[in-house]
Design a protein around this ligand. Sequence first.
Ligand code: SF4
Ligand code: SF4
Length: 209
Amino acid sequence: MPLKLPDSDNDYLPVTVPRSDKPVVPVSPERVERLRQHLLETLRDLRKARRIDRLVSSVSPEPDGFRSVVARTACSLCRGSCCRHGGDEAFLDERTLARFRVAKPEITDQAITRLYLDCVPEVVQGESCIFHGKRGCTLDRSMRADVCNRFFCGGLSAYIRSNAAPEPTVIFAGEGEKMRISSVLVPPSGDGARTTARAVGRYRAAARE
Ligand code: SF4
Ligand code: SF4
């Protein structure tokens, strides 16, 4: 049964996100080989492009200020539920790889491929992207497909897009007994008086109603 948030007299803003629960597993050589093949084929196709500079995908910045704190906390509690779609190719396409060619035209396909292979962690979250390590994505933002930089799931996206002034915020990741709950994140200008126990107590009480 979905848990219910208190709907009145809140002293914090709830942000709900999913939660990934898979144990970490070693990366198999077959997965690494599929990534290698994908990169080499994509780079080969990229050579056919006439205007690579027009292809280059942007590198979207992280949210700024307090929203960045909320987003990082949410993604770390969720442990990358959305990354399960990354598979062995991690959304790396011509537009992403074109960044390397434009920045350094003499770089070889093998060198670009090596840069990515060196980022594959030894163990990854089960049933997730090949770059989804124990502590999150092992690729620098400049190496990720921009869909990875831009994407936010429903609850987090609504929060990021909101123009409301920063206020004390609590992240709820997942549902039921295994839910992960953050401490109360307080904006720098907040009074800092809220406590995790109080927030959790209110949430649990509402869930029992
Ligand atoms: S964007 Fe949402 S689903 Fe993806 S890692 Fe962050 S909290 Fe999890
Ligand atoms: S490249 Fe990183 S952000 Fe993108 S799906 Fe894989 S682990 Fe997630």
